[in-house]
Design a protein around this ligand. Structure first.
Ligand SMILES: Nc1ncnc2c1ncn2[C@@H]1O[C@H](COP(=O)(O)OP(=O)(O)OP(=O)(O)O)[C@@H](O)[C@H]1O
Ligand SMILES: [Mg+2]
Length: 402
């Protein structure tokens, strides 16, 4: 699966930029603040409907022009293969206007759960590489990203769960504030029934996904670490217990049991204290929690291994690769790991959009075979291979734009 073209209209610092993309590796090179992350963000938004960085509607609208428009648009051409290798072409479009985002697929309005599975992306960014160290939210996001991109049904289930969680929390809040009328408590009871069911489904999907990922994760971790000394594994924590081997019944029993224990406290506290929004993912190195045990670099490498396992799982189960978005990750890795990541990228058949401030790390990398674009103040230009060859990596930027 690959994007064939991308157009950014009044999006962030782009006025009206059309980019013809290539299958394989596409580098976007430019100094700080030129729009490289903005470009990846646009692609991510097309797939997921939301950004990977904290932002609100108005942040997406180009503020540069004096007559700034009140809207922005990102469009793309997408080529996908079915399991039977038929090639299908789609046009995707995301409109930002009047404070809303709307998505169309081949000219028809569509929802984001459909898009995430039709056009899955996997993102590596400095933020995602810090997921182990960051809060449990980031770690849960790591698994949920796999669910959302692999199956439209799971994406919808997750959305349904989040909606129910929000309603339940709102209700618990009014109860905590003193509303203990029988009708309110009755509503809570029926909402809790649905909540427990959805909580079980989400947890079960997460655990099954982790189990499916684990063999590939071990393999890619051993590759990135370049050794077989360590044993890598996942744990899925529900109230301090590892649930990685549990089935749906065990999950339901554990969550229901916990609900009985915390029912009163939830009503005093005014929010849900049980459910998948409280669970945690642990990545172990030799049975030790990498959060406390692993070095910063090892933690990054584990997340990288996780994402590579995710990409490979996608390919083996769905027969196509997601598009990879790599934002500035080369600067985050030591040269050994960088080298092995590059090896992986060179042999993968996935389309990879990768940003960097320079190409000094690409010594062993054949730039001629891949597309290199410069990004300069919202202008994206394809650098010719002769320009790249002539100039070399370090000062390519200045020369390519002349
Ligand atoms: N809504 C907007 N309108 C106009 N410009 C914007 C808007 N939002 C962000 N920018 C500009 O985009 C630039 C940041 O872009 P981006 O984050 O893509 O940089 P980058 O090329 O990834 O840089 P770095 O190498 O530092 O990561 C900033 O200069 C910022 O002023
Ligand atoms: Mg950036």
């Amino acid at each position: 699966m690959n994007l064939t073209s991308l157009r950014l209209f009044q999006f962030r610092n782009f006025a009206n930029q059309e980019i013809e993309l290539r299958p394989g590796l596409c580098f976007f090179v430019g100094r700080n603040g030129q729009g490289k992350t903005n470009l990846l963000e646009a692609v991510y938004l097309l797939s997921r409907g939301e950004s990977f960085r904290p932002s609100q509607h108005e942040h997406f609208l180009n503020r540069d022009r004096s007559a700034a428009l009140d809207r922005a648009r990102v469009t793309a051409g997408l080529q996908t293969e079915t399991l039977q290798e038929f090639k299908l072409k789609h046009s995707l479009s995301l409109d930002f206007s009047e404070g809303r985002r709307s998505m169309t697929l081949d000219g028809k309005r569509t929802g984001f759960s459909t898009m995430a599975s039709l056009f899955p992306v996997v993102l590596f960014s400095p933020e995602s590489l810090a997921a182990i160290k960051e809060g449990p939210d980031e770690r849960r996001q790591l698994i949920d990203n796999v669910l959302i991109t692999r199956s439209e049904r799971d994406a919808q289930m997750l959305k349904e769960f989040q909606k129910t969680l929000r309603s339940r929390n709102a209700l618990l809040k009014t109860i905590a504030e003193g509303d203990r009328r029988p009708s309110t408590l009755g509503t809570l009871e029926s909402l809790t029934k649905l909540f427990l069911l959805l909580a079980t489904q989400v947890t079960d999907a997460r655990i099954q996904t982790l189990r499916a990922l684990e063999p590939g994760f071990r393999e890619s971790a051993a590759q990135i670490f370049n050794e077989n000394r360590h044993h890598f594994s996942f744990a899925y924590e529900i109230s301090g217990q590892d649930a990685i081997t549990w089935n749906a019944n065990q999950i339901f029993d554990a969550i229901s049991q916990r609900h009985r224990e915390l029912e009163r406290r939830e009503m005093d506290y005014g929010a849900s204290l049980i459910g998948p929004q409280k669970h945690d993912l642990r990545i172990n190195i030799d049975q030790n929690d990498s959060r406390y045990y692993g070095s910063q670099g090892q933690q990054r490498a584990l997340i990288l291994a996780f994402k590579i396992a995710q990409i490979n799982l996608h390919q083996t189960t769905l027969g196509r690769y997601p598009v990879l978005l790599l934002d500035d990750v080369m600067s985050e890795l030591d040269s050994d790991k960088r080298g092995r990541l590059m090896e992986y990228l060179e042999q993968t058949r996935a389309q990879v959009l990768i940003t960097a401030t320079d190409l000094t790390w690409s010594r062993h990398f054949s730039l001629e075979r891949n597309a290199v674009f410069t990004v300069d103040n919202g202008i994206v230009t394809l650098a010719t291979s002769s320009a790249i060859r002539a100039v070399g990596s370090a000062n390519m930027l200045e020369d390519a734009s002349t």
